[in-house]
Design a binder for this molecule. Sequence first.
Ligand code: ADE
Length: 247
Amino acid sequence: MTFAATMLTLYPEMFPGPLGVSLAGRARDDGKWSLEVVQIRDFAIDKHRTVDDTPAGGGAGMVLRADVLGASIDHARTHNPVSPIIAMTPRGKPLTQARVRELASGPGVIILCGRFEGFDERIFAARGVEEVSIGDIVLSGGEPAAIMLLDACIRLLPGVMGAASSGTEESFEQGLLEYPHYTRPVEWEGRTIPEVLRSGDHAKIAGWRKAQSEIDTRLRRPDLWERHQGARVQSASGARHEQKEPG
Ligand code: ADE
C-alpha cells in the first residue's frame, strides 16, 4: 500500500525538497509513498487571495484564517480521506519515534504547514487536527518540520530501508540513545577504535554497546534515562505481579 502524504502549504516549491533524493526519493519513485502538495492560497475567498489577518485582541504578526484553512483541509480530505491531519507548530505535542512508527504504519498523513504567527485556534477542533512540534525551537514556518516528520515516517515504510536495518537498534527505539560507531582506519590522528570492537567476541561487543548506550543516555539525555529507568522498574514489578497470580 502506498503511504499518502498531503502537504498544505503557502510554499509548494519547498516540496519534495530533500524528500526527492536518496532513500525517500527512491522510495517515492518505487511507489512506496506519494506526495500531493496543496497551495493553501488557492482556497482564499477574496480577490486578493488573502490567507491571513491581524490577531484578535491585537498584537504583532498575522494569523492564518480558519475559513481558508478549513477549505484547504476539506479539499485534501477528498484525496486523502482517512489519514490523520497534523499541524506543525511549536505549540504542539513533541514528536516522538513512537508516534512516527504509528503514523508510518497507517494510510498516510495530511500536514498543515503554518507561517506567520500561527493558525486560528478554531481550526484544530473543527477538523480534528493534531498539533505537533519537532522540538523546542522556533522555525520560520512548518515546512522544514513537515519534511522532518515525513522523512522519519518514510524510512520506516516496508521495504524502504531494506533488511539490513530494521531500525530496532536505533536511538529511541529502546528508549535509549544508540551506542557509538567506528570504522576503518583502526587508528586515525592518534585515536583508536575501542579494543573490544576488534575482539570478535560478539557477546562482549553486545555488552559494551549496551553499557555505552546507557552511559551516553544518562549523560546526554537525563530525561530519557529517567523514563527508561521508570519503565524498567514498572515492567519488573509487572513481571513479579504476573508470576504471583497463578499461586
Ligand atoms: N513551526 C515553527 N516552529 C516549529 C516547531 N518547532 N515544530 C513544528 N513546527 C514549527
